[in-house]
Ligand binder design. Structure first.
Ligand SMILES: CC(C)(COP(=O)(O)OP(=O)(O)OC[C@H]1O[C@@H](n2cnc3c(N)ncnc32)[C@H](O)[C@@H]1OP(=O)(O)O)[C@@H](O)C(=O)NCCC(=O)NCCS
Length: 223
């Protein structure tokens, strides 16, 4: 049975690779994972290394782009739409949606290490700063600063991913020095956006140390 399941998986993986050839993407980095049953427009997608698009993600775009930086995950059932129809007197939506007459489109940008929860909708003005967490079912309609935890319809900041100390530790663990936020930038973030907000629930640190993200990333990079 295991052998049959293995063969089935290989066939499915092969068909999946045919469905999304690397050369069809605007850009696709190394170690990116695209889930099953997604509806995508690869030519408008620009994915860095280590990006995960989970199953049944729907990227709807005639022109708009999706730019995702390394380590970010877009969870299952998300819908990403970097464009909209404008009101056009005299033209019914039937024709507008076929011809994309006067549509407005933009780029949705998801910076490094963001987690977009299941069934979120990202609309054309959405931009997520590094490390953002988007709660399941949120509708994102505007830009958010690094490490914001956002939720709701429309999404609003409800928390911050880390305490200041954990944030600095996280940056030092996963980014080379020239990519890290400076202490001054982190201070400004907390002063402007996160005063009085609580950090997200934290993993058991013993587990975190056992996993050792830095070592895992080095291993993946060498794979
Ligand atoms: C956001 C999330 C990570 C929890 O973060 P947290 O900081 O631990 O938050 P808490 O559970 O303490 O909730 C904080 C507040 O946000 C609210 N909240 C949490 N998730 C929410 C959601 N999806 N939508 C709206 N509000 C939400 C809570 O009700 C709570 O409100 P309160 O302070 O008024 O009681 C989690 O709720 C979530 O949405 N996870 C995504 C799961 C998922 O999509 N997985 C996909 C497979 S990878």
């Amino acid at each position: 049975m295991d052998i049959i399941a293995g063969i089935r998986r290989r066939i499915r993986d092969f068909a999946h690779k045919l469905k999304y050839p690397r050369e069809d993407f605007g850009k696709i980095g190394l170690h990116c994972k695209i889930g099953y049953d997604c509806t995508l427009v690869p030519k408008n997608m620009f994915l860095d290394d280590y990006v995960v698009i989970q199953n049944r993600v729907n990227f709807v775009s005639s022109d708009g782009k999706l730019i995702v930086k390394k380590y970010s995950v877009i969870s299952t059932e998300c819908i990403i739409i970097p464009g909209t129809h404008l009101a056009a007197p005299g033209i019914p939506f039937y024709f507008q949606t076929i011809a994309h007459y006067g549509d407005e489109s933009s780029s949705i940008e998801i910076d490094e290490d963001c987690w977009v929860g299941a069934a979120c909708v990202l609309l054309q003005k959405a931009k997520l700063g590094r490390g953002c967490v988007v709660a399941a079912g949120s509708v994102v309609t505007k830009p958010f600063p690094p490490y914001a935890v956002i939720a709701g319809v429309p999404a609003k900041i409800i928390g911050v991913k880390f305490s200041k100390e954990d944030l600095m530790r996280h940056e030092a663990a996963i980014y080379p020095p020239h990519e890290r936020l400076t202490e001054q930038q982190v201070d400004q973030l907390f002063a402007h956006h996160y005063a009085g907000l609580k950090p997200m629930k934290k993993c058991d640190m013993a587990e975190v140390e056992r996993f050792n993200a830095a070592a895992a990333i080095r291993n993946y990079s060498n794979a």
